[in-house]
Design a protein around this ligand. Sequence first.
Ligand SMILES: [Zn+2]
Ligand SMILES: [Zn+2]
Length: 271
Amino acid sequence: MDYKRLIDLHVHTDNSPDGHHAAMLICETAVAKGLRAVAFTDHCEVDVYFDDKYDRVVRQSYFEVARAKSAYRGNLLVLQGVELAQPTYDEELALKIIDARNYDMIIGSIHNLRGESDFYYTRDFEGMDIDSMLKAYFRELAVLADWGQFDTLAHLTYPLRYFYARNNISVDMEEYACEVDEILKLLAENHIALEINTAGLRQPIKKLAPEFPIVKRFRELGGKYITIGSDAHYAEHLAAGFDDALEVAQEAGFDCVTLFQNRDPVEIPIG
Ligand SMILES: [Zn+2]
Ligand SMILES: [Zn+2]
């Protein structure tokens, strides 16, 4: 793989509760691997912003990434981002968070249903109504895509990795084709990118989020931009699984991946 072309647009530092490495160390690893660009996108869970003190960590993350950006200027393109989760659960606050800083890119994501905890924290899905949970999750993604104040949609199909890891539950995504189409259409209309997230390849489910059929469908429905993110929480996971993700993007008909600078899309040819 030509690492020189690689652009990892979903990376967490130790300013995320589950992150392990500082921005500087991650940049050093990125340069050693020959990456071209890294977007730091620490967690900002909008629905628990004050309760879980995200106001402080988001500020700290922005400051440390700005420092790394200037330290690595000329060697690595460092992009300042944030993973804004559940912004539609408090839109007014979400807009304030976005406007407070000069972000290069905003990742939009949903980790939990309204009033519920992150799917990640559910240890056992036995006896739960998986179908209604998924329908509610896809409805929230449609609301998010319709709101549209972000640049790329993270890890579509996120709950599936936990259904599989906890209870070996596999989901046939064809049963949710209508729900997914609605999300993809809204993304395309709002010129928002679809992320191919490679974290699932490192988990028991061993799959990209989303997989090829959804990426292809996004293209068919007029989707223009694809981003690729490792969702690394350790420096060694930078650009992990990118061969698979790039292959899926190309087979789905995308010639470029996209990065965002000052919230503007910049297309980078894959080939
Ligand atoms: Zn996420
Ligand atoms: Zn993430």
